[in-house]
Design a binder for this molecule. Structure first.
Ligand code: CAA
Length: 256
């Protein structure tokens, strides 16, 4: 049986590959459980983890959505539970302690695009295609897509894409701000790695708190400014900032 999720640790970066190319990397239960387990517990096994890159196996797809073959027998309650588990997993990715980058190398559809949107950054290859096509199935996005698409590209365009299920290409996605870069495959991977190498040189707590502060802006239950002030205090009191500030004053590189 194929391993649904490949995890390769190299130079302090975890490379996660959704490995169901024959099904265009559709996200079935083992893939979702694998993501859940890695981001909640599994990451602890990787020493000095500085970033995560998620991509799809093969050249055709990042992930073509949730696995539709699991849907026919599902009840209202099953649908709710499927959605809640996916939302919990993706929220954990969004709040993860180190940068998570989606390397979108083909179809990024439905629950697959929701995964890309939960990542902190998205870098696409020119063949990438994006859509929330759930309405074609009489469904709606269930892994946070109705919320994150608005956050990333604004209400007007998000509403259009959600209602029509239209598919957009990489350059259109770049125009809307859905992806950070569009690059040929090799350059796309290099870009992902170079961004993580850059953030790896910064204070780890500062990186973690920055991710949380940005998320706080979109969390109605949180006061983003208050959270920022508290996080600023935490970073100010941390040994890491003492070293960063001291290094600046001594005109040397910090040793975080
Ligand atoms: N689930 C399960 N299998 C899928 C799949 C999915 N989401 N997407 C593709 N596949 C399978 C196909 O069934 C096909 O399998 P077989 O070879 O066994 O027939 C294989 O992958 C290759 O796909 P196609 O032959 O269809 O390839 P294509 O190039 O002709 O079309 C495509 C590509 C346009 C992406 C088309 O496969 C497609 O429309 N897929 C479905 C996309 C979709 O609707 N995604 C949303 C799922 S619902 C969701 O994600 C809900 C949520 O938010 C939680």
């Amino acid at each position: 049986m194929e391993t649904p999720l490949l995890i390769d640790f190299k130079d302090r970066i975890a490379h996660i590959t959704i490995n169901r190319p024959k099904a265009l990397n559709a996200i079935n239960a083992p893939v979702m459980e694998g993501l859940h387990d890695f981001f909640f517990e599994g990451f602890k096994a990787y020493d000095d983890l500085k970033g995560v890159i998620i991509t799809g196996s093969g050249e055709k797809a990042f992930a073509a959505g949730a696995d539709i073959t699991q849907f026919p027998s599902l009840t209202v309650e099953d649908g709710l539970n499927l959605s809640l588990f996916g939302q919990k997993t993706y929220a954990r990715i969004e709040e993860f302690i180190v940068p998570v980058i989606a390397l979108v190398n083909g179809f990024s559809l439905g629950g697959g695009n929701e995964l890309a949107m939960a990542c902190h950054l998205r870098i696409a290859t020119p063949n990438a295609k994006f859509s929330q096509p759930e309405v074609n199935l009489g469904l709606i996005p269930g892994y946070g897509g109705t919320q994150r698409l608005i956050e990333l590209i604004g209400k007007s365009k998000a509403m259009e894409l959600l209602l029509t299920g239209d598919m957009i290409d990489a350059s259109e996605a770049f125009t809307y701000g859905l992806v950070n870069y569009v690059l040929e495959p090799e350059a796309a991977l290099e870009k992902c790695v170079s961004i993580i190498q850059k953030t790896a040189k910064k204070g780890p707590l500062a990186i973690e708190e920055t991710i949380r502060c940005v998320r706080a802006h979109f969390d109605e239950k949180m006061d983003g400014f208050l959270y920022e002030a508290q996080a600023f205090g935490r970073t100010m009191g941390s040994p890491e900032s003492k070293e960063g500030v001291q290094a600046f004053l001594e005109k040397r590189k910090p040793n975080f």
